[in-house]
Design a protein. Structure first.
Length: 308
């Protein structure tokens, strides 16, 4: 894949040649312009985003061995990021440009009549594609690693157990706690937080898709490909939509950072930062003690952590 960074200088993005400007155009009967002859390739999806919608995808490569010999512009090994999504853009004759973002993703932008993505564009994606819409751009999410899923499961136990499962059964209760549900913060901002929670008094009908009420609490779990997005883009987005509490969990550093929103000034205040040795009471769940170290997989002294 060839990308553009606007710097005016050639470089590389994980081994992919990068130029200052690049545009691809194709018709449904000819995909040689980017991928080689892919007219009957099964990875070209039948469903696609609306014409002109922006797509941003993770730079983790999707392996297509045949592409190495078919198209010399494909990176070594024939690896291309999300070919089904790009293939559908080409099959619809959409002209687009691609540029790398600071968080390691690629943003794909239509050149003409650009349309801001909405939840309808998420519904058009293949079922196995995890995505969000932020600022009108479709952003593809990498599949979670076990260390990521372990934090979700642990929060479901230590927070979801007393506040959600035990509501009316001896726990403090009063909350809905959900993992990876679609939340429409606005027509062009549809997020899927790792874990999120609502006070039940604010969410009378929880079984909706997408949920249209901003959560009271959100937790995002960092990974190499989402670190900047979670710490910068989503931090600003959640403040703008008045999410009261934001937790950021880093499985690699084995830390929990807790923030509370100052609504008068629209900014985050630090509640605290905790490591695996801490057992703490953290807003908005002060009614329970949270053993931070139990959010993470056991340490492996021989393991060298790599990217998603």
């Amino acid at each position: 894949m060839v990308a553009a960074d606007g710097s005016g200088k050639p470089g590389t993005l994980r081994g992919i040649p990068r130029t200052t400007s690049w545009t691809a155009e194709s018709r449904s009967e000819d995909h040689r312009s980017l991928f080689g002859d892919r007219r009957s390739h099964p990875s070209i999806a039948a469903a696609s985003p609306a014409a002109g919608a922006r797509i941003r995808g993770p730079s983790e490569p999707f392996r297509q061995p045949a592409l190495a010999s078919e198209d010399p512009r494909a990176p070594s090994g024939g690896r291309i990021s999300r070919p089904r999504i790009l293939g559908t853009l080409l099959s619809r004759g959409i002209r687009f440009r691609a540029r790398p973002e600071a968080d390691g993703t690629l943003r794909f932008m239509a050149n003409a009549a650009q349309k801001l993505a909405t939840y309808e564009d998420l519904l058009r994606l293949p079922d196995d594609v995890r995505a969000e819409v932020i600022g009108g751009a479709l952003e593809l999410l990498p599949a979670p690693r076990p260390r990521h899923s372990n934090v979700q499961r642990a929060l479901g136990r230590f927070v979801g157990g007393p506040f959600h499962d035990d509501d009316g059964h001896g726990g403090p209760g009063g909350w809905w706690i959900f993992v990876e549900v679609d939340i429409a913060l606005g027509p062009h901002d549809v997020v899927r937080p790792d874990v999120s929670g609502w006070r039940r008094s604010r969410l009378a009908r929880p079984d909706q898709r997408p949920l249209s009420i901003a959560p009271d609490w959100v937790c995002e779990i960092l990974s190499p490909s989402t670190r900047v997005r979670d710490r910068v883009t989503k931090r600003r987005l959640y403040a703008r939509h008045e999410v009261s509490y934001y937790w950021i969990v880093d499985p690699e550093a084995r830390t929990l950072e807790a923030l509370a929103l100052d609504r008068d000034h629209g900014r985050w205040l630090e509640v605290g930062t905790y490591d695996e040795n801490d057992v703490v009471r953290v807003a908005p769940f002060e009614a329970i003690e949270l053993p931070v170290g139990r959010l993470f997989l056991p340490r492996d002294p021989n393991e060298v952590l790599d990217e998603d």
